[in-house]
Design a protein around this ligand. Structure first.
Ligand code: GDG
Length: 722
């Protein structure tokens, strides 16, 4: 078994040296995190090596060197990088996911290149992917890849992690290729985000764009279930925490301290990017100096901007604006011996970066949007004897985990200004207390744990998906079932109706049985060896009307009533008199939820919400259940959430109690129950050990078999009884 990481870039730098190439590891967070992962799997990486060449010999040489490290290069042309990477990835998806809608650029050639490069990554990776391997695709440059791999290798375990925000549906819907992008991602078994908010936005896009069935963190596909979850990425805490004690770092920190004297240093570190809020931050710092002259000559902002994507126009423009703003601030406030903003447009070696983290009194991290932001965590981790203060944007994923920082809205320069003052005047004791709490969190939620949790969940979910595939009723299982059916002399066949024999339609009154279904049921019941029972939540009147003239038995209202030999019997003692409080709660819910309604049965009350918007329905369903808990327990009633319904009923009967009653009355040598809803699980539980339980649609750990689509139910029975 192998763990294959597929990312846009390999974690190495390739440099031309004379006539040859040198491979230098560039240990980013991801590479270190995965490197320390304890797994029996052999680790491989697939990605762009960061160098252009058309020369086949050179490609071979680079490939040979990289293969020694289990790295597999995907060579891209300059044009591909321009259209796939700088284009679709960084000029379309990136601004969209960071809520910079007006920066989004559409060009046909961008999308074409994106598709083409995703296919290329797939082709390069396929030759060494085996069925048991774990594939972990990283980030927004490769969103089509999970599906591409799944199409060719249906049995591998595929995970995807999205390192940047996932925007609200209202924004995501503007993407012309929204369907293909989402379908691409759904090739994975597990899709991870940094926060629950991104996860929620993604699920909302799935049901709105693709109209798929989502159940909290699960998306049901025909043959698999895709799980979605939040995995907040951490850092290598130990590495950062120990780093200030390294001789190389200490030397640099001492030098910096000497150069800065008594000055207080505020630090900011980002890649050049408009999402990082660099200009807002500079303006806030300028306002701070303007409004608090007492801090002039005492406080400086050390601003590191790491060159990034400067081939994209937006980035080049931003660079010019940053240069100008800093020039203006320094021009206005500098004095001999004091510079307000130290500006570094360069990338520093690790030791230098740590020395800066070490000496900085305050870290100013103010992105307008940021998937996570690791700089915030790294700064906190390096702090040892002298605590520092973190000012953190609420728009960074990290803010959820670091509430003890000073949280600000990055669009509010006044708030940043106040936060700077608060940080500079914060008592040492408070600084320490806040830091301790945050260090406790980031020292346990490390990048190693992040990677470990993701891979562990992925393996578990993949196993479950394999079980789903195994349980799916195919030819082999059908042949076996047919044999058992034919050999049996007395059969009990229990059928759910809505969602099983009849498709789940928006209007419950439209779920009338078709001619074909009535024919099938007639054929089934004409066999004297069969006892066929429709076990439904529907009331007696509807069942009688719809199946008039058929030799069927029924259980109605979830087993409250049953019909045998043409006569109805009741399991409940008497019709329930509904309490005003319960009725009022449901009526109030209906008033607030257009297109929902109540059904009053003798034995239960049902709130139906099939036609309601998914999001609203979810909210109202929770509110309704919450409101009902008190009165229901007082009146000894059970609240049963079902498929687009909430039912309030007596706990004394359910679909399972009816099955038990039937099994006690007679001996059967073939018992089959089929259903799609959670209430049908009660039937499955009540079956004898050799009973045949079939779940339609979603996965059920209880059922022996699964038929993924309702439309396959009739053909299944036609085949079984043939
Ligand atoms: C994306 C998402 C998400 C920075 N300057 C230097 C340097 N760095 C290192 C930092 C840090 C990394 O770069 C930056 O990581 P961030 O998380 O802050 O931001 P992005 O690059 O935008 O990353 C982000 C991340 O993916 C992970 O999922 O958190 O939200 O946008 O590790 O230390 N390293 C060195 N010299 C520098 O000058 N050596």
């Amino acid at each position: 078994m192998k763990l294959i990481i597929i990312a846009n870039r390999l974690p190495v730098k390739i440099e031309r040296k004379n006539d040859s190439f040198a491979v230098k590891r560039s240990e980013g967070g991801l590479a270190t995190g995965l490197g320390s992962l304890k797994t029996e799997a052999e680790m491989h990486w697939v990605g762009w090596p960061g160098i252009y060449t058309d020369n086949e010999k050179e490609k071979q040489e680079i490939t040979g060197k990289l293969n020694e490290l289990n790295y597999h290069p995907v060579f891209l042309s300059a044009e591909q990088i321009e259209n796939y990477y700088e284009g679709y990835s960084n000029s379309t998806i990136w601004p969209l996911c960071h809520y910079f809608f007006s920066f989004v650029q559409y060009k046909t050639e961008y999308w074409e290149a994106y598709r083409q490069v995703n296919t290329l990554f797939c082709e390069e990776a396929l030759p060494f992917i085996e069925d048991d391997d774990i594939i972990w695709v990283q980030d927004y440059q490769l969103m089509l890849l999970p599906k591409k791999i799944r199409d060719k290798k249906p049995n591998v375990n595929i995970g995807y992690f999205h390192h940047i925000p996932f925007p609200s549906y209202e924004l995501f819907r503007v993407l012309p290729e929204r369907e293909e992008v989402l379908e691409g991602l759904l090739g994975a078994d597990l899709i991870g985000f940094h926060t629950h908010d991104y996860m929620r936005h993604f699920i909302s896009a799935i049901y709105r764009v693709l109209d798929l069935n989502c159940n909290l963190d699960e998306i049901s596909l025909k043959d698999r279930i895709v799980h979605v979850d939040a995995f907040p990425m951490g850092i290598n805490y130990e590495q950062y925490h120990k780093a200030p004690t390294l001789a190389g770092v200490k030397k640099r920190s001492d030098r910096l301290k000497e150069e800065l004297g008594n000055q207080t240093t505020i630090l900011s570190v980002d890649r050049l990017d408009y999402s990082k809020g660099i200009l807002h931050r500079l303006n806030a710092f300028a306002n701070f100096l303007e409004n608090h002259p007492e801090y002039r000559k005492k406080v400086s902002l050390a601003m590191i901007v790491v060159p990034s994507r400067d081939a994209v126009d937006r980035y080049a423009d931003l660079k010019t604006q940053i240069d100008q703003t800093i020039g203006k601030i320094n021009g206005q406030y500098s004095t001999p011996g004091w510079t307000p903003v130290y500006y570094f447009y360069q990338s520093f070696p690790f030791e230098e970066l740590i020395a800066l983290y070490d000496i900085a009194d305050v870290a100013l991290v103010t992105p307008l949007r940021d998937g996570m932001n690791l700089v915030a965590k790294e700064y906190l981790a390096t702090k040892r004897d002298k605590p520092g203060v973190l000012i953190l944007s609420e728009m960074a994923g990290a803010a959820i985990e670091l509430p003890d920082s000073i949280i600000i809205n990055p669009n509010d320069t006044q708030e940043i200004e106040n936060a700077i003052l608060e940080a500079l005047t914060m008592p040492e004791k408070e600084k320490r207390a806040r830091l301790d709490k945050m260090q406790k969190r980031i020292s346990t939620q490390t990048v190693k744990k992040w990677a470990g949790d993701f891979v562990k969940d992925l393996r578990h979910i993949s196993e479950q998906n394999k079980e789903i595939i195994q349980k799916t009723l195919g030819k082999r299982q059908l042949t076996q079932l047919k044999k058992e059916y034919q050999q049996a002399s007395k059969r009990l066949i229990l059928l759910d109706y809505d969602g099983t024999l009849s498709p789940f339609v928006k209007n419950p009154e439209d779920a009338l049985p078709t001619e074909e279904l009535l024919k099938l049921l007639t054929k089934m019941t004409s066999d004297k060896k069969n006892k066929v029972v429709i076990n439904s939540g529907r009331n007696r009147q509807v069942l009688d009307k719809w199946f008039k003239g058929l030799n069927l038995d029924f259980a109605a209202e979830h087993g409250a009533y049953f019909k045998e030999n043409g006569k109805w019997h009741k399991n409940i003692q008497q019709k329930i008199e509904w309490d005003d409080e319960i009725l009022n709660i449901i009526e109030h819910t209906i008033e607030k939820t257009p297109r929902s309604h109540m059904e009053v049965k003798d034995s239960s009350l049902v709130w139906h919400y099939r036609k309601v918007d998914v999001w609203l329905a979810e909210l109202r369903q929770k509110q309704l259940i919450n409101a009902l808990i008190g009165p229901a327990s007082r009146l000894n009633l059970q609240i049963v959430p079902g498929n687009k319904i909430v039912e309030i009923k007596s706990p004394d009967f359910n679909k399972g109690s009816e099955v038990r009653r039937l099994l006690q009355k007679d001996n059967y040598d073939f018992v089959l129950a089929i259903g799609d809803d959670t209430t049908d699980e009660d039937m499955f539980h009540a079956l004898p050990p050799d009973g045949v339980s079939i779940k339609v649609g979603n996965f059920s750990p209880v059922a022996k078999y699964r038929i993924p689509l309702q439309s396959s139910v009739m053909p299944f029975f036609e085949n079984l009884i043939k």
